[in-house]
Write a protein of this length. Structure first.
Length: 238
């Protein structure tokens, strides 16, 4: 083999090696490109997922805030409605309290027909207390302006109780030191007042029967409140 043949063979080997190197380089380049594209796609999908999750999180937060705001507005509206209803009922009770004053208002010098009715009411209230207390001796308190009416019916009230309870007439001691508050006046509108009636207690003070007109009104209002609400507002609140 001469030099020309050797040179030719070497050139062929070089071309073959170069071709293999180029093919290998192409394979590496294609593989790297594919890996890059796959990784890029994975990164893009991961970012998209993060964006979707963040959007969903913020969307949930918005929905929660909307529900909270709606609930707060609903509660505020309900409170306003209940307050308005309470105001109406308070006005009714205040009007009823004024009516009580017309029941217990009387003249001090002469007894009118109205005074006789209130006097009989006082007797009934005293008898009711005696029936509840069932004590042989009791202490009675009334308004100072009602004292003469109360004293007028004490004996008949004690006897009526005795007949109903089948006992001896009890001793009723009127407290001339401490009186129930007077009726309300325009000058002292915020002071404690009593619209009329009586309070009886056992001698030791352990048992008390409050039978004032104001106390009776409170009892009636508490008992009738669901019915009043239903008639006025069409529903009953607990």
């Amino acid at each position: 083999m001469n030099d020309a043949d050797v040179s030719k063979q070497i050139q062929q080997m070089v071309r073959f090696i170069r071709q293999e190197a180029e093919e290998k380089a192409n394979e590496i380049s294609v593989s790297a490109e594919e890996e890059f594209n796959i990784e890029k796609l994975q990164l893009v999908e991961a970012e998209k997922k993060k964006i979707r999750q963040e959007y969903e999180r913020k969307e949930r937060q918005v929905e929660i805030r909307k529900k909270i705001e709606y609930s707060m507005q609903l509660n505020a509206s309900r409170i306003k409605v209940l307050q308005a209803q309470d105001d109406v009922i308070s006005s009714m009770k205040e009007a009823a309290s004024k009516e009580l004053l017309s029941v217990s208002h009387h003249h001090h010098l002469t007894l009118t027909h109205h005074d006789h009715e209130y006097r009989n009411l006082l007797k009934d209230l005293i008898v009711q207390c005696l029936l509840r207390l069932k004590e042989p001796s009791v202490l009675l308190r009334c308004r100072k302006e009602d004292l003469h009416l109360v004293e007028h019916v004490l004996d008949s009230a004690a006897q009526e109780y005795a007949d109903k309870a089948n006992v001896e007439p009890p001793q009723i001691i009127v407290d001339n030191q401490v009186y129930l508050p007077p009726g309300p006046s325009h000058h002292n509108a915020h002071d404690i007042y009593c619209s009329g009636g009586v309070v009886l207690a056992s001698r030791d003070g352990k048992i008390v029967c409050e039978n004032t007109l104001d106390a009776r009104l409170d009892v009636v209002f508490r008992k009738k409140l669901p019915e009043i609400r239903k008639q006025l507002f069409g529903q009953v609140f607990a």
